[in-house]
Write a protein that binds this ligand. Structure first.
Ligand SMILES: Nc1ccn([C@@H]2O[C@H](COP(=O)(O)OP(=O)(O)OP(=O)(O)O)[C@@H](O)[C@H]2O)c(=O)n1
Ligand SMILES: C[C@](O)(CO)[C@H](O)COP(=O)(O)O
Length: 224
């Protein structure tokens, strides 16, 4: 394992990649290619040098691309269910959860996240919100403006002591509670989650417009 930031123990990167990519409309999204490399390959290749193992949750019946330094489990019906399966597939001391759909993950972000984890056992990469925010009215127009000060848009990777995240998932499962990310499940236990400034390039490829952006960014990065 390489990576400057020491976490005491083994670190696994867990990559939920079992989504169907409905909003993108190009089939299982993790396998969609950007400049010749799939979102999944880009994400795994960014993580692998910084962790002891990489485990990917895949849609049923799909296999890992040849030569990828990872092993696979079958994903669940939701992202939360896929992450729980990934957590049960490792005994690492720490886990970094990273969406396959966020393919532009830098070494700097991984290091900053790893440094933030030990204080409370939980940290996430996120970006301070830069746009004006408004809640829509009942008619779908401009409704109530929302102050953006102190608001962050949450990204991945997110890092945890594995036992803490497992406890959070198990509690959520008992309560029938669903969250859109893992930090939210841990925060629900009353544990402080550190916010680590992220990177605009960590956007989630969700819509066809995001894919165009990803193609442009990949072309620029691959030229460097
Ligand atoms: N059952 C699921 C659903 C999502 N994911 C993963 O969680 C990440 C974030 O999900 P999202 O971007 O919403 O992907 P999809 O669910 O594929 O997209 P959509 O909602 O448009 O179908 C993705 O890497 C996706 O593959 C997963 O592992 N298992
Ligand atoms: C985990 C996440 O990427 C953090 O922003 C996000 O919540 C995933 O949401 P999705 O609806 O599963 O894309």
């Amino acid at each position: 394992m390489t990576g400057a930031c020491l976490l005491a123990g083994r670190v696994a990167a867990l990559v939920p990649a079992a989504g169907s990519g409905t909003r993108l409309g190009r089939g299982p999204k993790a396998f969609v290619e950007v400049a010749g490399l799939s979102l999944l390959e880009r994400s795994v290749r960014a993580l692998a040098p910084h962790v002891d193992e990489v485990i990917v949750a895949l849609p049923a019946g799909m296999e890992l691309p040849a030569g990828l330094p990872a092993r696979a489990v079958e994903g669940g019906d939701t992202r939360q269910a896929s992450v729980l399966k990934l957590l049960r597939a490792t005994d690492a001391d720490y886990v970094l959860i990273h969406d396959a759909a966020r393919p532009f993950l830098s070494e700097e972000v991984i290091h900053a996240l790893r440094e933030a984890i030990p204080e409370t056992g939980a940290a996430t990469v996120a970006l301070p919100v830069a746009d004006t925010l408004v809640r829509q009215s009942a008619a779908g127009d401009w409704g109530e403006p929302t102050a953006r000060e102190g608001l962050w848009a949450v990204q991945t990777p997110q890092g945890f002591r594995r036992e803490l995240l497992l406890a959070a998932h198990q509690q959520a499962e008992r309560d029938g509670y669903a969250a859109t990310d893992d930090a939210g499940l841990v925060a629900r236990l009353g544990v402080r989650v550190r916010l680590v400034p992220g990177d605009a390039r960590l956007f989630k490829v969700t819509t066809p417009g995001d894919l165009l952006l990803a193609e442009a960014l990949a072309a620029a990065e691959d030229r460097r």
